[in-house]
Design a protein around this ligand. Structure first.
Ligand SMILES: [Fe+2]
Ligand SMILES: [Fe+2]
Length: 420
């Protein structure tokens, strides 16, 4: 099998092969020697998020304030870069009662950040973070331009031990970026920690940018929201309002929204002004062909969370009605897979990346009584672990696929045609 550009760049970044041409800044080595590698463990493995059409941000964390270099590789060479560091004394802690994940400990946490600018849209870049203990390497694709196809991955509700299989299956699909719909780890799972979550994600964070929405399980313990979620993730995307953010990839605009601290049932929340502004700009922009929404709590479900949906529908749907480019809504929180088509928008609930699965029909009798039209609007349902991919064509057509975690099998797909 021929070596892909990603494979080649990864090999260069890891020092297995050397770039064909020297870096313009060729005084810098293309890897640290054993004598210069920092002797520090990474408590959060590196991940990349997109922060603009030509910029991205790589972050990782250590529990000591030590300089750790990052090597960034293109086909023209490798540059040694030094991230900025932000130290925080955390009070948040979460022990591990079973399993071998690292516990979340209080004390010093140092977030290392490298902003990469002037990237070429759609180009693949490689990075390497060598330490004495381990060298992390990865690749990512800068946000593809408007005329390029894009593959988006979706996972939500990750929990030990099922998450590893789901992550592995999504990684085989080589997404250009992946979205997490919230509930990254659960305090009531004795094997889950934030450190363990980041470790589980490495097969994906080493190949694609990672963007996330806030789940209710990121607000479970004292200090968790600000010391973990906010410290690690605020400022994702090209535009943001606190925990909500927007990303442009290809001809799609993705809005990752906050259903937890803002609450989508309250139409006076500031987030709705921000959503309005984003959607109005997208409608006026001919290069945006489709808008994809992602947030944690589903707008439609017949699971145990059915009760909350009617009120949120009554607020959200009128807000979206003026915007015909909104084609797809993704959610988690309900631990099952359900696909609804309602109000000319496809709604996928996929909270099946690892957390204990729910009865996807728990409330179907009540739905039959209270909202009979919705029964026919649910087009597919299954109670299995898995993930979702969304392929965005340059004309705005979307292909949505459902993949099983146990086999990698594609069990369902549907198409959303381009707007005419
Ligand atoms: Fe969950
Ligand atoms: Fe949840």
């Amino acid at each position: 099998m021929p070596l892909s550009r990603r494979d080649l760049l990864r090999a260069i970044a890891s020092g297995v092969v050397t770039a064909c041409a020297p870096s313009p800044d060729s005084d810098t080595p293309n890897t640290d020697t054993d004598a210069t590698k920092p002797d520090v463990a990474l408590s959060k493995a590196p991940w990349v998020s997109l922060i603009g059409a030509t910029s991205a941000r790589l972050r990782f964390e250590t529990l000591a304030d030590v300089e750790v270099a990052v090597y960034v590789t293109t086909m023209s060479g490798t540059d040694r870069r030094m991230p900025t560091r932000a130290s925080a004394q955390l009070t948040y802690e979460n022990p591990v009662l079973i399993g071998d994940a690292d516990p979340d400990l209080p004390g010093l946490h140092v977030l290392h950040e490298l902003v990469l600018e002037d990237l070429t849209p759609g180009e693949v870049y490689a990075w390497s973070v060598p330490t004495v203990e381990q060298t992390f390497t990865g690749t990512f694709r800068a946000a593809p331009g408007v005329d390029k196809p894009v593959r988006i991955g979706w996972i939500a509700d990750t929990m030990f031990p099922q998450t590893d299989a789901t992550v592995a299956v999504l990684a085989t699909q080589a997404p250009d970026l992946f979205l997490h719909g919230g509930d990254m780890q659960y305090a009531d799972n004795p094997a889950d920690t934030w450190q363990g979550f980041f470790h589980s994600l490495v097969p994906l964070t080493s190949i694609a940018p990672f963007h996330t929405a806030l789940g209710n399980h990121e607000i479970e313990k004292e200090g968790e929201l600000d010391q973990m979620f906010d410290r690690l993730f605020l400022g994702q995307g090209e535009a943001s309002l606190e925990r909500a953010h927007a990303i442009r990839v290809g001809c799609a605009l993705i809005l990752m929204l906050d259903s937890e601290t803002y609450g989508l049932a309250d139409d006076t929340q500031e987030q709705y002004d921000w959503i309005d502004a984003q959607l109005a700009a997208a409608e006026a922009d001919d290069t945006v062909k489709a808008v994809i929404l992602g947030w944690h709590r589903p707008l439609f479900t017949f699971s145990r969370y059915y009760d909350a949906t009617a009120l949120v529908q009554s607020v959200v749907l009128p807000k979206l009605a003026p915007y015909r480019k909104v084609r797809l809504g993704l959610a988690g929180h309900a631990h099952g897979y359900e696909h609804f088509r309602w109000a000319d928008i496809d709604w996928v609930v996929d909270g099946t990346a690892g957390a204990l699965l729910y009865d996807t029909d728990e409330s179907i009798y009540r739905a039959t009584q209270e909202a009979p039209d919705l029964i026919a609007a649910r087009l597919f349902v299954e109670r299995e672990f898995g993930c979702t991919t969304v392929d965005v064509a340059p004309d705005g057509a979307l292909t949505v696929r459902r993949l099983r975690a146990d086999s990698g099998e594609e069990v369902y797909r549907f198409e959303i045609p381009a707007l005419t």
